[in-house]
Design a binder for this molecule. Structure first.
Ligand code: PGA
Length: 333
């Protein structure tokens, strides 16, 4: 085929031949960090290497991509277009790899899952067997509180999210995966341990709450408000573990996901159901008890959610169907 018959696509590809993947990586890192030095650090090459790659790329494209403003650099309009195009190319390439995988019956690609902090007690256990069965899938698990996970969903940063209270302001699909009862915990030597008590009898206790932005806090406060109960809030703490330790050392009582409590610190003998009548509770490093309180546990569930307005990767589809199968096999507990 002579030159005149070369298709438009071939011409475009020939033009692309002058551009190397290294140049695109150098540009992408520089555009993202807005610093040649930091891009070079990230790519483990020297700064002059990045500068040369950027210069060659600009000359292949025929237009400047970056401009300096004082000591800072910023993208030119063409630079911005190129940054966007690299994003599209990457997504396009990921789709290609995932389709190739499908042809061979393999699933590959990146799977990014955001989980609320309370879900960290079980999500890794679910991810483990899936990862072993899908070695081509590169899984990133990120743990944040509810508000952070909602922000990430808003920006479409993850393939999937695990949470108790999916926001209604974002178009989401969801599948329920596990029950998440929220219980009242107290130090193991609390006078109410082993008794059936009314919530109002805890009105003079000091309550330790999760930080604002936490779904656990939101559900607990809404539940108290529904019951007309006003807890004496003594302190807010930024993690489930901090709450567990503070309660165990006698600082107060709290509402937490049962799963967060039953992993680790719980003194099994201090569970109301397991406790023999009249048995004395113990205090110390294992000093937590779940109280048997009226209107508790608060019955909630964890769901896996994803944006319905964004295409779902094959890896994400597989993960959802794996969770659904588990859920159908073991039932929601
Ligand atoms: P969080 O999670 O309390 O860790 O934010 C609870 C939830 O929203 O599921």
């Amino acid at each position: 085929m002579n030159k005149h018959h070369a298709s438009h696509q071939q011409l475009q590809l020939r033009h692309l031949q002058r551009i190397t993947p290294q140049q695109l990586r150098a540009f992408e890192a520089t555009a993202r960090r807005l610093s040649v030095t930091r891009a070079a650090e990230e790519l483990h090459v020297t700064q002059p290497t990045v500068s040369v790659q950027l210069r060659e790329l600009a000359s292949a494209i025929g237009e400047p991509l970056l401009e300096t403003q004082g000591r800072r650099i910023r993208l030119t309009q063409t630079g911005e277009l190129l940054q966007q195009t690299i994003g599209e190319l990457t997504a396009c390439w990921q789709r290609f790899e995932s389709r190739v995988g499908q042809v061979h019956g393999l699933v590959s690609g990146r799977l990014r899952v955001a989980a609320v902090t309370t879900a960290e007690y079980f999500v890794p256990d679910l991810v483990g067997p899936f990862a072993a069965a899908h070695p081509g899938v590169d899984i990133e698990l990120l743990v944040e509180n509810r508000d952070r996970v909602v922000e990430r969903l808003q920006r479409g940063q993850d393939d999937l999210a695990v949470m108790m209270l999916p926001p209604t302001s974002i178009p989401l699909d969801s599948v329920m995966i596990l029950n998440n009862p929220l219980v009242v915990i107290a130090p193991a030597d609390h006078p109410a341990v082993g008794k059936r008590i009314r919530l109002s009898s805890l009105a003079n206790d000091r309550w330790l709450m999760r930080e604002s932005g936490s779904g656990t806090r939101q559900v607990a406060l809404a539940h108290f408000a529904d019951l007309g109960f006003e807890p004496r809030i003594a302190m807010s703490l930024g993690s489930n573990e901090a709450i567990k330790h503070a309660v165990a050392s006698g600082l107060g009582v709290a509402v937490l996901s049962e799963l967060a409590v039953t992993s680790g610190l719980l003194d099994k003998r201090a569970r109301p159901t397991k406790r023999a009548k009249g048995e004395k509770s113990t205090r110390g490093s294992h000093g937590l008890a779940i109280l048997d309180v009226s209107h508790f546990p608060i019955r909630r569930q964890w769901s896996i959610v994803w944006r319905k307005d964004q295409p779902q990767s094959v890896a994400a589809q597989r993960f959802v169907s794996y969770l659904t199968q588990l859920h159908e096999r073991d039932g929601i507990r």
